[in-house]
Ligand binder design. Sequence first.
Ligand code: PLP
Length: 398
Amino acid sequence: MTSPKDSRPSKPLDPQTELVTSGRDTVAQKGFINPPIVRGSTVLYPTAEDLHAHRGEFQYGRHGTPTTKALQQALMALEGPNCAGVGLAPSGVAAISTALLAILKAGDHLLVIDSVYRPTRNFCDSVLKRYGVETTYFDPLIGAGVEKLFKPNTRAVLVEAPGSQSFEMPDIPAIAAVAHARGALVVDDNTWATPLFHRSLDQGVDISIQAGTKYIGGHSDIMFGTISANAKTWPLITEAIRLLGVCAGPDEVFLALRGLRTLAVRLAHHQQAGLEMARWFASRPEVLRVIHPALETDPGHAIWKRDFTGATGLFSIVLKPASKQAVDAFLDTVTLFGMGYSWGGFESLVIPFDCASYRTATKWNPGGPTLRFHIGLENLDDLKADLERGFAALKAAG
Ligand SMILES: *Cc1c(COP(=O)(O)O)cnc(C)c1O
């Protein structure tokens, strides 16, 4: 039974409205807007007959609760009509490893974008290798040229757009067209854009992953991951989730749903603030280049404009050549930009990075020290003043 207020118009709602209204069942929730945080392992059957028939909407805590159901419904509404199901994982890395284990077997070949999140690369080079899966890395800008790297046993292509840290923008539809012509699946790490700004499953991607730790949670207080799959791959994903015992904790699931409710307003701010700060960095004499696909000057801009409906608050800059000591003076002087991994919360962050040491398909030679920024929800004049102090320290340490 549902409340009349839970009924939905037949015409599809805008994603912004879906984020607010989907996954609600006010009758089951006894009038409360939000679902309860259901902590549970055992689910009791009322009769022996029900037990033998495995009858009941929920059977066991690991397989789902009213809390996970609400979040899954909301995520499915956000992913759009090509989403057949969403699996929940205890972290972004767990979502990626579960998805890869779900679709690969010994003897398979996997193509992975060279700009992939580094722990994903580590998983391919260790666990997958040990299990007899061979990985080949490819140039993020290769597009349809990825065809020449296919082998008869290529089972899947893993992309990430834009690339972690370096923000190259791959041509996902072109890569997906080649993969599908070869009978391979396409997996996308969609953490940067979220389905609000990039509907991967509408662009030829079969499995779309998010580190829910980032923008879905939005407050740097959870570890969480999601695996969204189309009809072709959802049976493989559910099977792997069940067999591997993957499940997410009730508090994380609740907080992920709470984060989703405000995702659109937060991302609108991160987008606008990120772009303004990117333009500000581009005007600074200390900066060689800003790597942000929503900037008109960025090499990935045309693809971003074609395939994405927005940009978020994470981008990188290349400084003009400076000593490590000078860059460290900058990092130690700014106070509003915390130094730490992860991103997607309310706070601004900065982290130095160097892709050169682990890239294998492409050379990373940016021409100066590189810093990745996350622009949070602070006042932009305060952030600029903080960075100006940092640049003064960089110059003084010259
Ligand atoms: C953070 C991140 C992950 C991993 O998420 P965790 O929740 O930290 O495991 C995966 N991919 C990308 C692009 C990320 O930024």
